[in-house]
Design a binder for this molecule. Structure first.
Ligand code: NAD
Ligand code: MG
Length: 393
């Protein structure tokens, strides 16, 4: 008897993570079937995906884009096209789906990702913003609905691989003393500070090691990405922020480490290619081929480490502050960052304004206990309004 194929939904299929996921899936047609894919407005890319991979459903969050896609695919297509936010939640929670790759960028990914969690799916989490803005609630829902949360962010996937399988029982009881979260430091690790004002979006999105979407590339350049990842690690692994150390590692070969009470430090290494964590999560608990080139350590030859400088990267300080303040402050930090990054990418504000706008927004918008989603979404909106006004000053 042949085993039933594992049905996969990809939220954010046209993006960088979405494309890497399709690449890994296409290497294992005997294991996986593509149930559904989603995108926002990128109709041409979606058309290509539908023609190449024939998913059962294709959802465009933007309804007008769904109509255009439907016309382009034609009546004979095997793919049903749907549009709008409710359809995103439907393909994330459908009874037939086994795994959901959550790879929408930003806070808009929260509701469809939560829908997958609430349906008890295997949730492959790339969309770190969802966890940053609603971490406590998100993790509660994971436990309540018995969802399996598999981290895709390379650092968190590395930590996951370096922890024992029963780590949710508590890291302390497993002998873990510290998590070492590595980051390359991005393109401006050594740029003289007096040149930061003149940084252009084109320079900021040119990451030295990773090829990623524009928002996370800017986050890597400000190191807000590491700040968001710090918050992500605290929620995913239930550790206090003092136990997470950020370590600069410019080669991006070690993807993070876990230190134990006997002095052991376990590291996960590999090429900087997201297909490794994606394959790890798709295949878990088995290992499957990802298409990533083997690592040649002789060629790499050096692994360097340094401390992260909060003066150069004020976003790191702001992320730690948001954790300390707690509640919806992390949603406020995230929302202000999304607004400021969009504005920088649109050439409206200088690079150094990003951190300033986040800090001012955190000081101006009151945060609350994040007991329910409504409060979080309200504070997210208030932070967006505040940050938008600041970008226009
Ligand atoms: P991307 O910009 O390349 O792709 C984003 C995807 O989200 C696209 O498919 C887009 O259509 C969709 N999307 C955007 N706005 C939307 C909206 N309003 N409604 C519905 N869908 C929308 O981004 P990416 O680099 O693939 O990153 C995706 C997520 O994964 C982010 O949260 C990022 O932080 C995280 N991540 C990415 C990488 C990476 O290497 N790219 C690594 C770690 C984590
Ligand atoms: Mg990462």
């Amino acid at each position: 008897m042949t085993e039933a194929l594992h049905q996969v939904t990809i939220l954010g299929a046209t993006g960088s993570i979405g494309q890497s996921t399709l690449d890994v899936l296409s290497r294992h047609p005997e294991k996986f079937a593509l149930f559904a894919v989603s995108a926002n407005t990128h109709v041409d890319k979606m058309l290509e995906i539908c023609q190449q991979h024939t998913p059962r459903y294709a959802v465009m969050a933007d309804i007008a884009s769904a109509e255009i896609l439907s016309e382009k695919l034609g009546a004979k297509s095997q793919t049903t096209v749907l549009g709008g936010a409710a359809a995103l939640q439907q393909i994330a929670s459908d009874d037939e789906v086994d795994s959901v790759m959550a790879a929408i960028v930003g806070a808009v990914g929260l509701m469809p990702t939560l829908a997958a969690v609430r349906a008890g799916k295997h949730v492959l989490l790339a969309n770190k913003e969802a966890l940053v803005m609603a971490g406590d609630l998100f993790m509660q829902e994971v436990r309540q609905h018995n969802a399996l949360l598999l981290p895709i962010d390379s650092e968190h996937n590395a930590i996951f691989q370096c922890l024992p399988a029963d780590y949710p029982q508590g890291l302390k009881s497993k002998g873990v003393t510290r998590i070492l979260l590595t980051g390359s430091g991005g393109p401006f690790r050594q740029l003289p500070l007096d040149q930061f004002d003149a940084i252009t979006p084109e320079q900021a999105i040119a990451h030295p090691n990773w090829s990623m979407g524009p928002k996370i590339s800017v986050d890597s350049a400000t190191m807000m990405n590491k700040g968001l990842e710090l918050i992500e690690a605290c929620f995913l692994f239930d550790v206090p922020q003092q136990d997470v150390e950020i370590v600069l590692h410019p080669q991006s070969i070690i993807h993070s480490m876990v230190a134990y009470n006997d002095g052991s430090v376990l590291a996960q290494m590999g090429q900087p290619d997201m297909r490794t964590p994606i394959a790890n999560a798709l295949g878990w608990p088995e290992r499957i081929v990802s298409g990533v080139e083997p690592l040649n350590l002789i060629e790499v030859s050096q692994l360097n480490f340094a401390a992260a400088d909060e003066k150069r990267f004020p976003c790191l300080r702001l992320a730690r502050q948001a954790i300390q303040r707690g509640g919806s402050c992390m949603a406020i930090l995230n929302a202000a960052n999304e607004v400021a990054v969009q504005s920088f990418l649109a050439h409206k504000i200088a690079f150094t304004r990003i951190a300033e706008i986040i800090e001012s927004t955190m000081n101006m918008v009151e945060s609350h206990r994040a007991d329910n989603l409504q409060i979080i979404l309200q504070d997210d909106q208030a932070a967006r309004a505040c940050a938008t006004a600041l970008t226009e000053q």
